[in-house]
Design a protein around this ligand. Sequence first.
Ligand code: GZL
Length: 325
Amino acid sequence: MKKVILTALLAALCIVFSACGGPGAVSTPKDEKDLIVVGFSQVGAESDWRNANTLSMQTALSPENGYRLILDDAQQKQEKQITAIRNFINQGVDYIVLAPTTERSWDTVLGEAKAAGIPVIIVDRMIEIEDTGLFTCWIGSDFRREGDTAVTWMDSRFGNAPLRIVHLQGNIGSTAQIGRTDGLDAGLAAHDGWQLVFRSSGDFTQAKGQELVEALLEEGQGFDLIYSENDNMAYGAIDALKKAGLRPGEDVKIVSFDASSTALHMILNGEISFDVECNPLHGPRVRAIIEQLEKGETPPKFTYVEETSFEKEGLSEEIISARGY
Ligand code: GZL
């Protein structure tokens, strides 16, 4: 008896649903109208890390997975990100993902997103905001821990021996720059043999990194180690050293951040001595957060991604090729 009633009930439901969506209509996630629309304000395309981060988001938030991703490249300018967020609000996207250039001045525009009822997910760097209710959650790296990891290696390698350090910083005011710089400052305070001979921002770009180190070499500034806050500035520094007839990894040690595949190959060939991973593969993590929200679940407010570090010992082509970027 139950089976008969159940069959009749299922038949009735099928009639109801097909009437709602037209004859035989079956709404599948791939229908344009059913896609979850995500507006993604990305910092720019300044580094290997950034490009890997963008690709990860595009791959995870694809139409095949039920998403329409609207990507905006802010060319490392916060004002362009603010404009992009306002455009996303006007388009009525379902979610906004923000990879913030710097930490401050997000309160107003995120207030507008909140007023429009659009959840905001922050990825990568942190934002400094009065009301943390203006964003749903954050997922990214512990940049101070990254800096401490680099300094711990430097201490293990050089102790308190005299060490003249050149410091290539990322975008000033970005969480990546703040945390990695704080780590080095703590190391300098704890090692009176270490001397900071130069500090300036290379904006996380290869060209600026090369420019800064070339200028230093032309001035005749001597140094033993370059602490580069990302791999692309390290590539530029290596080019400058080679142009001046110096051997990166021999005459000057290089410590870097991101651990992109190009940099890991430079560890294998001895040019980079130590590289702290900063994992850019946030796409699947953001997708999982959105799927939780779609189900009415509450994701953690803050999630730090697990990261490691690399030096020549223990590194191999197999390890490099097995990594996602
Ligand atoms: C770190 C990220 C930084 C990378 C750089 O999470 O914000 O920005 O370290 C990138 O390569 O430009």
